[in-house]
Design a protein around this ligand. Structure first.
Ligand code: ATP
Length: 338
């Protein structure tokens, strides 16, 4: 069956890495009908809003999107277009899998998935200054919001994710020892949800500072990590660092009505247009997208081919120490497709 998927090539290196990814998907026989849409600087250049209604409508219709990095020009009224997309579509679960793909890094055999709550916590942006004695900015205050609804759906998502992929353990990361109400509620609801999965998926909880240290000392004791918004933001980058940085890591933002798959790196303006960007992160995001639309076989073949190219240190792009161009890396992956 052909899947309809919205494609937002993105800004900076976005169009080059999207082209490479589309060629690999095509060669692998993925049956996708792309609905190309604009957002970010590319939309503004064509006289549109930074997040055009048509782009949102397309994602609501197809329910699946593959997105390159977007830049958010100042003065557009958006903090971040990527964040606005998550909010508009209530994409509450951010999924960041990190697996060792290149040998010779600091750690071998890492395989950790960080699942971050995307809509609550301190990042809701409820903050203000408090003026005192003529100083408008004498103090500042931010509010952390945790709801039972939000905590329950993200922890349930993590368990369902673990079950569907035969993963053994979910670790809930929190700071309930200090933030007794907000983080306490997150932990309490998480424990309640975990009871329903007893005997099927292991469960443990860890305090965020201890978890951050343990990720460096013994990362192999983690499998699926579920946590609130800000801790998830920080820990997902830490986990990406264990496998060599953001350039090789895909991400997904998933809600009830839609899912957006993306590379987690930015627009890389320093190398944009040179044809030397590494398309691996977006390619792996496309594999997560194929899993999501039910084509696990094609996703598996592409992952295997990309992994072989990386492990053989064949046709690597300059960011990985090679001299290949984006298109040459894609060609090498296509040659390895079984
Ligand atoms: P943005 O403002 O969009 O976040 P940035 O330059 O601050 O852009 P990144 O785009 O993530 O952040 O880039 C950080 C560094 O990593 C840059 O030197 C960039 O060239 C490099 N980089 C990021 N992604 C890639 C990629 N896919 N291939 C090669 N180099 C990359």
């Amino acid at each position: 069956m052909t899947a309809r998927v919205t494609l937002i090539p993105g800004d900076g290196i976005g169009p080059e890495i999207s082209d490479a990814v589309l060629r690999v998907l095509d060669a692998a026989g993925a049956r996708i009908e792309w609905d190309r849409q604009l957002a970010g600087a590319a939309a503004i250049e064509r006289g549109l809003e930074p997040l055009p209604a048509e782009t949102l409508e397309s994602i609501r219709r197809t329910r699946v999107a593959l997105k390159g990095p977007l830049s958010t020009p100042v003065g557009t009224g958006f903090r971040s277009i990527t964040v606005a997309l998550r909010q508009e579509l209530d994409l509450y679960a951010n999924v960041r899998p990190a697996r060792t793909l290149l040998d010779g890094g600091r750690y071998e055999d890492i395989d950790i998935v960080v699942i971050r709550e995307n809509t609550e916590g301190l990042y809701v942006g409820v903050e203000h200054y408090i003026g005192m004695e003529g100083d408008r900015k004498a103090a500042a205050e931010s509010v952390m919001i945790v709801t039972k609804f939000g905590a329950e759906r993200i922890v349930r998502f993590a368990f369902e994710y673990a079950l569907a992929r035969a993963r053994r353990k979910v670790t809930l990361v929190h700071k309930a020892n200090i933030l007794k109400y907000t983080q306490g509620l997150f932990l309490e609801v998480g424990r309640e949800v975990a009871r329903a999965y007893e005997g099927r998926v292991e469960f443990e909880d860890r305090i965020v500072d201890a978890a951050a240290m343990q990720l460096v000392l013994d990362p192999w004791c983690f499998d699926v990590v579920v946590t609130e918004n800000m801790f998830g933001d920080i820990l997902s980058d830490e986990v990406s660092g264990l496998v060599g940085g953001l350039g090789l890591v895909p991400g997904a933002n998933i809600g009830e009505g839609a899912a957006i798959f993306e590379a987690v790196h930015g627009t890389a303006p320093d190398i944009a247009g040179k044809g030397i960007a590494n398309p691996t992160a977006l390619l792996l995001a496309a594999c997560m997208m194929l899993d999501h639309v039910g084509d696990r076989a094609t996703a598996g073949r592409i992952r295997k081919a990309a992994e072989q190219v990386l492990r053989a240190r064949e046709s690597l792009t300059p960011d990985l120490g090679g001299r290949a161009r984006t298109a040459e890396f894609a060609d090498a992956v296509m040659r390895r497709l079984a």
